[in-house]
Structures are given as C-alpha cells and as structure tokens.
Design a protein around this ligand. Structure first.
Ligand code: BDR
Ligand code: CA
Length: 331
C-alpha cells in the first residue's frame, strides 16, 4: 500500500490478547490512523474490555477515544468469558498495572460509530474483531450506515475450516449470532477474515520476546506477557504449535488485510449465520450462486461478502515483525 494513503479506522474489539496484538500493529503501521476504539463483551466483560483498551493505548503513549459498548448478546444467553485463553483480565493476568489517566468517551460504542460515520462520510473503515453487537446496534440507529462507511472488515466466522467453539462455529460469531447475521446481510462493503486464514498463521512467542527486547518499553513488555499466557493455551491445544510455542494471531489479520490485501486469496459469496440450535454461530456461504434454492434467505437479494480463503502466512508474519520493530513507540 502507498504510505500516503492513510486509512481512518474505528477498531471494534474485546481485548483480548490477539486484539492487543492487532491494536499495536495498527498503532505502529504508518498507513493506519485509529480514530476510535469501540469495545464489546467477548473475551472479557465489556467493562474490562474498555479498561484494557484505555490501558493499552495509554502505555503506548496514545490518547484515542475509547467507548464502552454492548454488555451481552442480542438474544442468546450470555456466556462466561474464556479466562483460560486470555486470562481473567484479558491480558494474560498482568501482575500489576501502572497508573494511567486516559478516560472513557461517554458515548455508547454504537453512537460513536454513527457519529464518526456521519461526520466523515465514506472515509471510515470499521475493523471489528469481537462479537458484532456494536455494529448491529449502530445499524439500527442509522440505517444508512453501510453507505456512510468506506468498508467493514471483520475477524470472525469460517467457511471450510472447523470452528473453535463448536465443530462449525467461530467464537465471535457464536457469541452473538443474531447480530452477526444482521451484519452479513446489511449491504456494506464487507470482508470476512475468518478461521480459514487465521488458523494458517502461527506467530511464535519468541517473536514477541524479540520485539520486547528491542524496545524495552512497557507496551511491548505487556504484549509479551499476554502472549506468553495465550500461547500456553494454544500450545496445549495443537501439536503443531506445541513444538514451538506460539499462537494464532486471529485479530491481527484483519489489519493485515487492510494494508496488504494481496497477501490473501478471496472468494465472493452470500453468507448467513445459523442463529439457533446445534449449528448456532455457523457462517454458511452459498458457493453455488447459480442454483435457485427452494430454501428462503439465499436469494440474489442478499449482499455479497468477500471471504479470505487462503493467506501468505510468511508474508503476514514478516509484515508484523517489520512493523512492530519500527520506531512507533518513540513519539
Ligand atoms: C476470535 O475470538 C477471540 O477469542 C479472539 O480475540 C478472536 O477475535 C477468534 O475466534
Ligand atoms: Ca477479539
């Protein structure tokens, strides 16, 4: 990407270790301008997510508007945050936190998204890497939102790869399937970065150690600590990760797609979400658009989503390393 093309991004997130990785990539990348951070329940409660977003930005010497968003799913019963993956605090159980002074923006996340989109029509990209309740609520507040945003990129879902909360469902979609189905049928320029690609990119723990030793800064030390906890989970789960401790960098890939889409192979399709039952949270893509199915809900009237199906894993890791090793903390 041409570095003169600065992309304004609202980051909708539930930090979360891979959310933190993605945030620091976005802050470090010269083509990304994070104009706001909207938070949701997911990896942690929404209160903890907002507190983590404030903390992560403050220790990286940034003061970016942070809002608190939805606390629970639209319809399904709320679950319990996965403290065994991200730690009880979402950042690998940090032993302590330094005092910081960044304050929450008092608006709800949905209102913030709507305000920013109206004030900057066609200029804002929304990168959403948690459950999708804030986007769905913003759509209800402003039905014209799809034409006011430049693009929406979500980390979530899967087409061919098995799920991570059931054999067919990915966590962000499963956490609020009704909100997700609304997002997939809203009609914005939408790209799905799901498990089909995020399960192909393993970031090694040693890389985060190298980044921390290079900067000797609280932000990269915090990230290294959080990734060490998160890697223990993934190393215990997958044999190919256990050999060299590391983790999936899920949310990071949403930002990598934003700046280097050529690292991905895309397929267009109409996506719907199973909202109930055993397949709850499954993202189903119609890959045979020429068939006029008798089942309602799959017509040509449904909008298309660009789905990332393959990825250049080495290219993503090299981009992450080069970006994080830059001088982004020295401002
Ligand atoms: C997604 O779920 C969360 O645990 C991660 O932060 C990521 O957004 C992966 O399924
Ligand atoms: Ca996330």
């Amino acid at each position: 990407m041409d570095t003169s093309t600065l992309r304004k991004v609202i980051y909708d997130t539930d930090p979360g270790v891979d959310d933190a990785m993605a945030l620091y990539f976005a802050l470090a990348h010269p083509c990304i301008d994070v104009v706001g951070i909207t938070t949701t329940f997911g990896n942690v409660t929404v209160e903890q997510a907002a507190s983590n977003a404030l903390y992560l930005t403050a220790i990286a010497n940034r003061n970016i508007p942070v809002t608190q968003g939805v606390k629970t799913p639209w319809f399904r019963a709320p679950g319990t945050p996965p403290d065994f993956i991200h730690g009880g605090d979402g950042l690998g159980n940090l032993p302590s936190r330094v005092a910081t002074s960044n304050q929450l923006d008092p608006r709800t996340s949905a209102q913030f998204i709507v305000d920013m989109a109206r004030a900057n029509p066609g200029e804002i990209t929304l990168a959403a890497v948690g459950p999708l309740g804030n986007l769905a609520t913003a759509l209800k507040l402003e039905p014209l939102l799809p034409s006011l945003l430049q693009e929406v990129i979500i980390m979530g879902g899967s087409v061919m790869e098995p799920g991570n909360v059931s054999p067919v469902a990915e966590a962000n979609i499963w956490n609020d399937p009704h909100a997700a189905d609304l997002v997939f049928t809203a009609g914005w320029k939408l790209t799905m970065v799901g498990l089909d690609v995020t399960h192909r990119v393993v970031t090694e723990l040693s890389l985060f150690k190298k980044i921390a030793e290079h900067h000797r800064h609280i932000a990269t030390d915090t990230l290294h600590h959080a990734v060490a906890f998160y890697s223990t989970f993934y190393s215990g789960l997958h044999k190919h990760i256990a050999q060299t401790p590391g983790c999936f960098a899920h949310d990071l890939l949403a930002f990598i797609y934003l700046v280097n889409p050529e690292l991905f192979t895309l397929e267009n399709g109409r996506i719907r979400v199973a909202t109930e039952g055993l397949a709850q949270g499954q993202t189903m893509m119609n890959r045979r658009d020429y068939i006029d199915y008798p089942q309602a809900g799959w017509g040509q009237g449904q909008p298309l989503t660009q789905v990332c199906m393959q990825v250049d894993s080495a290219g993503c890791i090299a981009l992450f390393e080069n970006t994080l090793m830059g001088s982004w903390l020295e401002q």
